[in-house]
Design a binder for this molecule. Structure first.
Ligand code: DX5
Ligand code: ZN
Length: 228
């Protein structure tokens, strides 16, 4: 197990009317990436925002903009999210029949390609696609909402994915219900990037960014087994 982990706060839990300052606050407080959840009210039962908003917040992101598309179809929107400035574009395996083509299109648009898997999908389904992936996102909740309960049975899936990936340069990202209690479990199983919405933003605000910092530190230290 490596002694590093990246923390990617999900702005789904931020103040939607103040994304610029929220992003500046989490980055100043130790966020490694900024995780941006795009939902279409069709693939998932919730709606967030589209490429114009992603483009508008891009100029506030100094780290890595990690765009998680919970939309179907995906392919017609890849160029728009690439032009909006996404570093990573992650699409769901379950979003359509042509995920291989989708991953090719994401790389073709100049972005790093991510593949997300719902909790009901066996990680083995990703095997034929791994060489097209820069990241695999294992969902530890059913996508659609922040603040849901972590699905423990996904830990075994993360460990299987870690074995499948071996030493290929592919990030394993975990999304959903990550907090200081669950972070060590997923890190131990092989996670590289931890997405966290409610566990980062809870209790804080742009006027109290130090709370974000404490929350990020608590997740990171728990993941790395530092109990200071
Ligand atoms: C869920 C989203 C997540 C979500 C995580 O559909 O993809 O990124 O914001 O939120 P928490 O950390 O609160 O489970
Ligand atoms: Zn997400």
């Amino acid at each position: 197990m490596t002694r590093t982990v990246k923390i990617a706060p999900s702005i789904l839990s931020a103040d939607f009317a103040d994304f610029g300052r929220e992003i500046a606050a989490i980055e100043a407080q130790g966020a490694d990436w900024v995780h941006v959840d795009v939902m279409d009210g069709h693939f998932v039962p919730n709606l967030t925002f589209g490429p114009p908003l992603v483009k508008a917040i891009r100029k506030h992101v100094r780290t890595v903009m990690d765009v998680h598309l919970m939309i179907a179809p995906v392919d017609p929107y890849i160029d728009a999210f690439a032009e909006a400035g996404a570093d990573f574009i992650t699409a769901h395996l379950e979003a359509g029949p042509h995920t291989h083509r989708t991953l090719q299109a994401i790389r073709g648009a100049g972005c790093k390609a991510g593949l997300a898997l719902n909790p009901g999908t066996p990680v083995e389904a990703a095997a034929p696609l791994l060489d097209l992936c820069d990241l695999v996102c294992v969902m530890t909740v059913n996508p659609g909402f922040g603040g849901q309960k972590f699905i423990r049975s996904q830990i075994a899936q993360i460990a299987r994915l870690r074995e499948m990936i071996g030493d290929r340069p592919i990030e394993i990202e975990i999304d959903g219900g990550v907090d200081p209690e669950t972070a060590p479990l997923v890190k131990q199983a092989g996670a590289d990037v931890l997405v966290a919405g409610s566990a980062v933003f809870r209790g804080g605000s742009v006027d109290d960014p130090a709370t974000y910092g404490r929350n990020i530190k608590a997740i990171r230290e728990a993941a790395l087994g530092v109990y200071a």
